[in-house]
Design a binder for this molecule. Structure first.
Ligand code: AMP
Length: 286
């Protein structure tokens, strides 16, 4: 595996592959890898001649009171995991390479960035869209792999790619979960033992909400059941719990088509997000 730290060197190396018409898969990450990250890399390795993984903890997507400085990092472990997976290139740009002095340009994906996580993390998706636009320009991949765990991020980035005429194909892969259902996340390491047990109820709540939606088509009943489980079993403080159309994130009043139920909660001091997606076709089958 080649470890590359500058955009200039990355271009030199990738141009050699492009010259031979080899295809490039790309997985943007903030490191501290778990099975969720590795699943994206494995799919890219399967689909492409060359896989590039970027590792950059992007300061512009963290708010002033968020966990940028304490975000978990373990470069040595990350490198050894990627070597085992046979990733071709690990790109670790510096802050200076990404945001040199005088940096001014940001990408805003309108109203998709203002709802859900965007409402509680102003500027977050501006930071995400900006870094991913920059990385796409540096890597120029054929395909980019994202995790469905960050459902709003997928919607925002697909819209950015379409609106700005990036030619990359964007693929979202299913959320990888712990055996008890908790979505894998680098931030799970912040949880104490008891909080970790509580956190498993987040996915149970989402599954229960899906079950009620499918069986009764009653959004209120489903969302009330979800909130109840989050509060009483996960002992979580709910930041939001919404039922929205999966492609444009508009709030659903009636269930039909692609449905996304998404939550952000605090368990203790740790903010966790998760979601469940499903399709509702026609009336209830009796
Ligand atoms: P991060 O390092 O948290 O920025 O995540 C990098 C990529 O991995 C993003 O596309 C995430 O959506 C994806 N990802 C994170 N957690 C999971 C998971 N549990 N399952 C699948 N993909 C994930």
């Amino acid at each position: 595996m080649q470890i590359i730290r500058t955009a200039k060197r990355l271009k030199q190396v990738l141009d050699q592959y492009r010259h031979k018409s080899q295809s490039i898969g790309f997985v943007p990450t903030m490191g501290y890898f778990h099975q969720g990250h590795l699943a994206l890399m494995r799919q890219s390795i399967k689909d492409h001649d060359v896989t590039v993984v970027s590792l950059y903890v992007n300061p512009t997507q963290f708010g002033p009171k968020e966990d940028l400085t304490r975000y978990p990092r373990d470069l040595r472990r990350d490198i050894s995991l990627l070597k085992k997976e046979k990733v071709d290139i690990l790109f670790i740009p510096s802050d200076n390479d990404i945001y040199p002095d005088g940096y001014l340009t940001y990408v805003e994906v309108g109203k998709l960035s203002a709802v859900m996580c965007g409402h509680f993390r102003p500027g977050h998706f501006r930071g995400v869209a900006t870094i991913v636009a920059k990385l796409l320009n540096m890597v120029q991949p054929d395909q980019m792999y994202l995790g469905q765990k960050d459902a709003q991020q997928v919607v925002v980035l697909k819209k950015m790619v379409a609106d700005l005429n990036f030619t990359v194909r964007v693929t979202a892969l299913p959320t990888v979960r712990e055996p008890d259902g908790l979505a894998m996340s680098s931030r799970n390491t912040y949880l104490s033992d008891s909080e970790r047990q509580q956190a498993a109820f987040i996915y149970q709540g989402l599954q229960e909400a899906k079950r009620i939606c499918c069986q009764t088509r009653d959004i209120n009943k489903a969302m009330n059941a979800l909130r109840q489980i989050l509060k009483q079993r996960a002992k979580a403080r709910i930041q939001y719990a919404v039922c929205v159309q999966a492609d444009d994130l508009t709030v659903l009043k009636k269930l039909s088509g692609k449905v996304l139920i998404a939550v952000a909660v605090y368990i203790g001091k740790t903010r966790l997000i998760d979601n469940i997606q499903f399709v509702i076709n026609g009336p209830i089958k009796k």
